[in-house]
Design a protein around this ligand. Sequence first.
Ligand code: FUC
Length: 836
Amino acid sequence: MKSGLYITIGLLISIFSFAQKGGKYKLWYDKPAKQWVEALPVGNGNMAAMVYGDPYQEKLQLNEGTFWSGGPSRNDNPDAPKVLDSIRYYLFHGNYKRAQILADKGLTAKTVHGSAFQNIGDFTLDLNNLKEIRNYYRELDIEKAIATTTFTSGGIYFKREVFASIPDHVIVIKLSSDHKNALNFTAKFNSELKKNVKAIDANTLQMDGISSTLDGIPGQVKFNALAKFITKGGKTQTSEEGISVSNAHEVMILISIATNFTDYKNLNTDEVAKARKYIEAAANKSFKTLVQNHLNAYQNYFKRVDLNLGTSEAAKNPTDVRIKNFATGYDPELISLYYQFGRYLLISSSQPGGQPANLQGIWNNSNKPAWDSKYTININTEMNYWPAEKTNLSEMHEPLIQMIKDLSETGKETAKTMYNSRGWVAHHNTDIWRITGVVDFANAGMWPMGGAWLSQHLWEKYLYSGDEHYLRTIYPVLKSAAQFYEDFLIEEPAHHWLVASPSMSPENIPQGHQGSALAAGNTMDNQLMFDLFTKTKKAAQILNTDSDKIQVWNTIISKLPPMKIGSYGQLQEWMEDLDDPKDNHRHVSHLYGLFPSNQISPFTTPELLDASRTVLIHRGDVSTGWSMGWKVNLWAKLLDGNHANKLIKDQLTLVEKDGWGSKGGTYPNLFDAHPPFQIDGNFGCTSGITEMLLQTQNGFIDILPTLPDEWKSGSISGLKAYGGFEVSVSWENNQAKEMTIKSGLGGNCRIRLPNEMKLSGNTKLKNAEGKNPNPFFEIPETPKPLISDKARLNPVEIKTDLIYDFPTEAGKLYTLKWSDKSSERQSETKSTYNKN
Ligand code: FUC
């Protein structure tokens, strides 16, 4: 980038034109990207690019979702049976350090700690003969999923458009200008890995290469990348360097990348044939057709949800400036942009048939990315999928469901080899080869609950769709996950509770634990066990199968440790009261029971809710990106929308520089900063904003449960709730005005309203009484918590007088409107809602 050529007069002209640019769902900038976290992401779930928008040297940094280091591999430690009993003994007798040392020897993987998601390389266009640049502008329109760069040079207007097409399997670049013969450039491929680049015909450039060796496993993933040039006017010329285009009027470049990856066991796909097939099919289509196909596919997902929180003058600024000013100014539209950007990222990184979004989704410019850009399943991978169902992107959940199915195969061997258990187990990490052993070191890796947490997604998906055929396909995976713990859980000596051991409360080390994170019977583990066994049981009952298992599962559920409230009034993180009120660790694992689970709720467990609030106050707000994203959800579940809104502000704090750092926030391109970039924070916050507007887990659909004072007026449409309901609602002056509920499956619709509303038509709202007859809203009752004598609690009473029922028919739309309480109240009596 020759920045010196951007002369002041150009900037003045451009400021004038910027004012008309931008828009509700656009990220836009007045400068090209200098660093990766300023470049703009596009992706189709298989291929992805980061677009820099530099006039002189355009760069697309490329990824392909299956391009990982190594090859099919496992990492079970065969010494596990020799050390397991001793580790358990040490943990029950207070020798945590020895347990950890022994776990590092006998449980942690010997050499294989997981592969790395790798970077294909760069595709660049050198345009060295451009003159000074004026009127520079670049944007990512997330309503269209198209990145556009425009500028003038020497009086000529230039435009570049880039998108990644889901249906046509190619990245499309179009270069155009308003003068004939104005396009001159040389295109190149480059990669830091071993590669070959050559022109395979007059219009096609090819790069092929192979992934890296890691942990002693030779790189075996081969890629083939093609760029095909379709020009109007001018000519192309091949050279050692690449392909040069001269004097063209318009150029369309198609990029196709394929690998030899078939599935986690097989690398037998012909990557050359695959890459060619897609590029040749796309080359027969016009740009117009490719754009139309792309928009049809993308917008079918994106347009299902729309969020309006109002706008302000601040929206006229470039996106990086808006992030910088966010905490001090009023810019509600940045929240709706950030919200939808999360949905954009999920559509672009997670498509049926592809890999699930990893720590960086599908965007990574390094061959040794942070944490290998793998799947960390003690929070991060699950968080990626929190928005999937509720923001009406159910199809995007599919790659995760497939990964869980794969893990249920690989994890069986780990369960048997390491723990002599049936069923399947996964620890805190996995990769494209679906490893299920213990990685890194015991203090992070020795967490055998990955299968239990991931399995919640299998069940959750069913609650939204009610699809019994789907339930039948995932039931064996659920049952096998439960089976592992039937064998793995052991009785602890003090109370004879059944506990997971060894385990930990992810990745936190309690005081008095001799620097060892290893512990038994941790709160999160118990909550996960409760969920896994109650949901597996429910699934068996729905499918009318395994009736002989019900008693076994009921017995396990009855022997799980209850949640405990410790001496500070906090929800205890561990079995003993070891919490430190000054601990601000990023993980808040014991609050899993509040969110994403529903074992703690304002309506059924007010003491536990209060104890959860105390935990969040102790932990503080500012933390890594994903931790703040989680806390938006948690404060929403505590029904404190103002605090959730404060967390959104913390998360939308500008982090200007790429790389490692201590404070989480948001990069100029709206990527979440752990730091470094980690995509879970984006997804977590999108989920959290949804939870502020609609909750579905407390036995009813909670409409606008906790609007922050600042969000005075607005609307959200197309959110999904359990039981196949689809909800849209608008509000004014913090009062719900109008709402539509589409019933997907029929059945009772139970809603909690923020203010009185009236149902249009003949059906009347009835005060809700007793248990919700709609089975998708059932909440299993958790055991009574144990409360320390020293704990002081201040449970807050929550309004339950506006909870109503009305019957619905599948496919019908129901409209509710604000009603004046005095004249239109449906019933004189107060609702007597209780969950039973
Ligand atoms: C877990 C977290 C870290 C990071 C890593 C990828 O280990 O504790 O903060 O997100 O995953």
